[in-house]
Design a protein. Sequence first.
Length: 112
Amino acid sequence: MFFFGKKNGSARQMSMAEAKAALEGDKSICLIDVRTPQEYQDGHIPGSVNLPLGSMEGITSIAPEHDKKLFVYCLSGARAARACAELAGMGYTDISDLGGINNWTGLMERKG
């Protein structure tokens, strides 16, 4: 197991470039997009799950294990930071804050 970035409060800060490399090497990572469903449909990182901020209790159906590796992102970073704090408060222990999708340089999927 490897970790990038620095720990800041309840979550590790990780750049999108670091996240992209980690995601390519570890298919067990749960990638969470905390934007609205409309934002998610307009474009998201492939393999991500939409769990809007304010719906964090839904994580238990996505990742019931509290030691599951979670990567969290939003549009600019503010919602991701809040979601990471909520997830840590729920007992999740391996959380990485990727900031905003604005910094993603890979392919994006669109739905709708």
